[in-house]
Design a protein around this ligand. Structure first.
Ligand code: ZN
Length: 478
């Protein structure tokens, strides 16, 4: 990039004036007022930043005069109509600069003269039809991965002298979400091709098993959707109020021996996630493709180097179908907290909420569950007085619970799992998947559109996985 002598002279002078103004402001401050001094320094440095940015972008300060004629992107001859201002939102605040603007001189036969106009500098700087710099997009999108859109905009504007709404924050984040999704899809396609090839020519040497245990946790979480943004089911059309759609979420981590002793086996310690090994993935169920995304993440986390793979999930059939396909041989565990919820559902349905008899029954049933005595638990449920099914259901809650515990009995051998120091789903296990979705997509009062979720989820997981900056630098900005 060229900065000519005239530009340098003008900018030096402009910066010097800002520094002089700074001295005047500081002279008025009492000694010891650090907060005010600091505020003044920040203000001055932002002003200096705007001056420099405006100066470099300003076409009048550049050496070459703009050409009087050029060919436009529409293919027509264009003439210079003057220098027009453009406003940009930047990391140092709002800047305004002028750049040459061209208008078409000709057109096609049917429509007459083309009304097209354009500024070649906008294309040069990558701000054609944009009001923000890449830096603003990078920072605001990062915050969108952590906070609600309104919070992201608010937080951003505390640091940067700009005004921004939650809606603007979302629209800045959206292209980044699309790019991340495209990258995910590309990686999955490559992986599928690789898997196909591997089947036809079995691999040579399996990699050494350097990871003792790799954990995969799966969950389905519901997000509240804006009515009208998704096709409604028959019963949703009749029923007023919110509609919910599922997001599939997964967390993968390497285990290491934790500080907590297993209560069942002397000398065995309960696994805990190895520092900085937790990685997340999430996708709207209706969008599809979650299973391969998860498989790809697991490979990145060392699936092929893992001695043992442990999958934790609730009883949902999709989870165990996915495991059978992508992680055959994995130890399958139904998350204990999910299983307990089913026990409590039965107690509430049969005895009523908050009743002493219900609590007593559920406590005893949960203890059977923890001891892995699933046959006894099933008998205890079957022995309860029968209740009618809920409206719209063929079978009652206790009947469905019997199915659930019978189907998943092998995945509820908690004493066996615990004796090996395995996680069975308290603490971290329960929180992992919820971290992705609940704290962000399930905030109260928040209603989603499918497009909004599809953009947010990859950004959120990239932020949580510590992959945001490298994606930006290597993929997006490039
Ligand atoms: Zn034209």
């Amino acid at each position: 990039m060229e900065t000519n002598e005239q530009m340098k002279r003008m900018l030096r002078e402009a910066v010097r004036e800002e520094v002089e103004r700074f001295f005047v402001a500081v002279d008025e401050l009492a000694e010891g007022k650090l907060e005010q001094l600091e505020a003044q320094v920040v203000q001055t440095s932002q002003q200096v930043g705007r001056t420099l940015l405006e100066g470099v972008l300003n076409s009048r300060l550049r050496r070459e005069r703009p050409a009087a004629r050029r060919e436009g992107s529409c293919g027509h001859r264009q003439r210079l109509v003057g220098e027009r201002p453009k406003e940009l939102l930047t990391l140092v605040g709002k800047v305004r600069f002028v750049r040459p603007y061209y208008q078409c001189l000709e057109g096609c036969e049917q429509d007459g003269i083309c009304t097209h106009g354009e500024a070649p500098d906008d294309v040069l700087w990558g701000v054609h039809e944009r009001r923000t710099t890449p830096g603003v997009q990078r920072e605001i999108s990062y915050l969108c991965g952590r906070l609600t859109f309104e919070e992201a905009a608010d937080t951003f504007c505390r640091q940067v002298p700009l005004l921004m709404s939650g809606r603007q924050a979302l629209s800045l984040m959206r292209p980044l979400g699309a790019a991340l999704t495209a990258q995910q899809d590309q990686q999955v396609t490559a992986l599928q091709a690789q898997a196909k090839q591997a089947r036809s020519q079995p691999c040579a040497q399996p990699p050494p098993k350097e990871i003792e245990r790799l954990y995969i946790e799966l969950d389905g979480v519901l997000a509240r959707m804006r009515r009208g943004s998704v096709p409604l089911e028959q019963e949703e059309v009749q029923r007023k109020g919110d509609v919910y759609r599922e997001i599939k979420a997964g967390a993968v981590f390497r285990a290491e021996r934790g500080a907590k002793r297993s209560e069942l086996a002397p000398g065995v310690y309960v696994d805990t996630p190895a520092p900085d090994s937790m990685r997340y993935v999430a996708r709207r169920t209706a969008k599809g493709g979650f299973a391969w995304l998860l498989y790809q993440l697991a490979l990145q986390c060392g699936l092929e180097q893992a001695e043992q793979v442990v999958v934790l999930g609730d009883g949902a059939p999709w989870i165990w179908n996915l495991v059978a396909e992508h992680f055959p041989g994995a130890v399958q565990i139904v998350d204990l907290s999910h299983a307990k919820e089913h026990v409590w559902d039965v107690a509430h349905a049969v005895f009523g909420r908050g009743t002493a008899s219900g609590t007593a029954w559920a406590t005893a049933a949960c203890s059977l569950l923890e001891q892995g005595q699933i046959a006894d638990l099933v008998s205890a449920i079957a022995a309860l007085p029968p209740i009618p099914p809920e409206p719209g259901q063929a079978r009652s809650i206790p009947e469905r619970a019997v199915d659930y515990f019978t189907t998943n009995a092998q995945r509820m051998r908690y004493p066996v799992f615990r004796a090996q120091g395995m996680h069975v789903g308290s603490g971290i296990a329960e929180a992992a998947c919820k971290t992705i979705v609940s704290t962000r997509a399930k905030r109260c009062g928040m209603r989603w559109t499918p497009e909004g979720l599809d953009a947010l989820l990859p950004v959120r997981t990239a932020v949580l996985n510590g992959a945001y900056d490298s994606f930006w630098a290597e993929e997006y900005a490039a």
